[in-house]
Design a protein around this ligand. Structure first.
Ligand code: FES
Length: 258
């Protein structure tokens, strides 16, 4: 376990709905806020209940080291997130982190590709890169317009933004990966992606065919977050398995056996 790991009964500062089924929880966690980097995650567990017993992993959506808070963005889909949804300001949750590795600086333009609940680490990365020389392009996909969440933060960071929806209700009608080739034609770039496995597989296929460097933030069920339970493994291309929690969650696209 990392010496840098901070464990808290963190005070919830806000827990606001930002779109249907999507909420952002801000919590006071100064030591995590001081160290969290884009791509890293925290484990969060409701206090005072055994249901659900296990914590869940959430990518850090934003962190303010000065004010001492972090945010996670979550979709309300199961018992754990339905319990989290009920939290109000001043209540406490159990949180520990930051965990895992982080994105590395881009070579050339940074192209961020996100789908589903893969937005949080990319949004944090876009905010981080806003203070650098890197040009940032963000491509976000969702099933339909109402599930395109968190776009304002990408705009506020100065990123160019394009969207895709399966039903054509906003942006390009089709897959978000359909938008990638044109930007890869436009010059040297590093791709960063987070989202459902089929989307990541598609990104990996595209960047490998072009020899473009890419870092993909994987999601996996995580019971411990610190390498102990082996519940989060994915097959490595070179053989064997990687733990998403401690070997990732950020991997080179070429590292995984897709
Ligand atoms: Fe337990 Fe990764 S979550 S080993």
């Amino acid at each position: 376990m990392s010496d840098d790991l901070a464990i808290y009964h963190a005070t919830v500062l806000s827990n606001a709905e930002i779109a249907p089924e999507h909420r952002v929880m801000r919590m006071s966690a100064p030591e995590i806020a001081a160290r969290a980097l884009p791509g890293q995650f925290v484990m969060v567990r409701a206090l005072g209940t055994a249901d659900p017993l296990l914590p869940r992993a959430y990518s850090v959506y934003a962190a303010d080291p000065t004010a001492g808070w972090i945010e996670v963005l979550y979709r309300v889909v199961g018992n754990g997130t339905r319990r989290l949804e009920l939290y109000e300001a001043s209540q406490k949750v159990h949180v520990w982190g930051p965990l895992g590795n982080a994105f590395q600086a881009p070579q050339g333009r940074a192209i961020l590709v996100g789908g589903g609940v893969g937005i949080p680490p990319l949004s944090f990365w876009a905010q981080h890169l806003a203070g650098s020389d890197a040009e940032v392009v963000t491509l976000i996909g969702a099933a339909t317009e109402r599930f395109l969440v968190g776009l304002d933060r990408f705009r506020e960071s100065g990123s160019r933004l394009e969207t895709a929806t399966d039903d054509g209700s906003a942006g390009h009608k089709g897959y978000v990966t359909d938008l990638l080739d044109r930007w890869l034609d436009a010059g040297p770039a590093t791709v960063y992606a987070c989202g459902p496995m089929p989307m990541l597989r598609s990104v990996a296929r595209i960047v490998e065919a072009r020899g473009v460097p890419a870092e993909l933030a994987l999601e996996a069920p995580m019971a411990c977050g610190v390498g102990a339970c082996l519940g989060c493994t994915v097959p490595r291309r070179e053989g064997g398995y990687a733990r998403v929690c401690t070997d990732g969650p950020v991997f080179a696209a070429t590292a995984i056996a897709w």
